[in-house]
Design a protein around this ligand. Sequence first.
Ligand SMILES: *Cc1c(COP(=O)(O)O)cnc(C)c1O
Length: 496
Amino acid sequence: MKEVLYRSTRGGFSGVKASEAILQGLAEDGGLFVPETMPVLDVKLSDLAGKSYQEVAYEVMKLFLTDYSEEDLKYCISHAYDSKFDTDKIAPIVHADGAYYLELFHGSTIAFKDMALSILPYLMTTAARMNQIKDEIVILTATSGDTGKAALAGFADVPGTRIIVFFPHGGVSPIQRKQMVTQKGANCKVVAVKGNFDDCQTGVKTIFNDKKVKAQMAEAGFRFSSANSINIGRLVPQIVYYVYSYAELLNQGVLKDGDPLNIVVPTGNFGNILAAYYAKLIGVPLGKLICASNKNKVLFDFFQTGVYDRNREFMLTSSPSMDILISSNLERLIYRIAGNDAEKNVAMMKALSTDGKYEITDEMKELLSDFRAGYADEDATAKEIAEVYKNADYILDTHTAVASYVYRNYRKESGDETPAVIASTASPYKFTRSVMTAIDAKYQDMEDFALVDALCELSGVKVPAAIDDIRTAEVLHKDVCEIGEMESVVKGFLGM
Ligand SMILES: *Cc1c(COP(=O)(O)O)cnc(C)c1O
């Protein structure tokens, strides 16, 4: 099989092996690694129908991670997708109210980030061995709420690694916060930053790209990597469940081989929907890829107008994991529609960082025909939760509800009746307060864990271990820092 190598979207690096790209996370020129050639699925989807999640994972991941041996890759897959998930299916599909909800929240932290972050530590430690890396790997992570906990759960006590998570102070749900600040593990550090998610993400990128810090780190025996969706090791495992969905719907007789399937994704950093796009590029007959935003609808506006403009108010919503104005992974798409032209991409990313905006050309716009976009405000999101509960006795989390609303709206406006998979990105238990008050205002005055019990009663879905565990867990991480203090927090934790 032909080796797939990676290059940076900023033009500084090419010919990088998958394992090296995973170790680096972000390229040193500030770009994101993309495959130089897009591989093609070399098994028929009809042959994948009825296969297990792990089997499909191997068939997809081997296409992108060509320098991993079969034995290594299968080891990573079998250790990641095991009993940490509360269902053998790993990613079950639920048919409710006219759509197929792909439940990506059955992992240990009950958000879709587990799909990639349960395997990333294995991919990374394997990559370190393959490349004879002796330095300790330091994972620096900015989180809008869910990546942080999933990365902590994945990397806690993994030998040869440390992990530092920055989250926006006051910008995550109470349960998201509690999940993170109770994290055990001597190699883990969690800090609240007095800023929003974009501040956290920019802070992390700045530390990452600082040559002086990097040299000091190397001196002390450390090297940085990233668990954010900028890491190709996050993106590749996310392609798997779109391939799996298609095969599973073939298996269920919902689709016939070759039929189109639309995909709807509640979007923040543009990682999850980009994975769907990659699934389409490797040969899955996907139809429209529908990008759903909350009130922070910078992506919706981009797809409407071709102008990406982050100069607007940052709003906190009931779907905090999508409260993002700088969608990092969009850069991979921009690079591609610019004809894989790093120079053009750099010009736009420079404009984004200096003026907060850029505009793509008409030619580039035409290459976005696979995508549709929509958004849901707070009211529409809450109504969608209530509506789907009423019609189908199925309870959505706030993020999934954004996608669900956007899907119904799209279907009504376009008349497109193609079957659709909606990426269901979090368990409703993670956003209990917003979910329960959307169903009935009477829940407003109940405290957080009483709401958990009420949700259990209403949904008949067992309270996940992730929630039970934090009821009484001790808060271990109390640090709050200013945006400008992030670097010294990192150095402090590493004893530098
Ligand atoms: C991270 C997250 C999203 C957004 O995914 P991106 O890959 O950043 O677009 C949506 N929903 C939930 C619950 C998330 O945790």
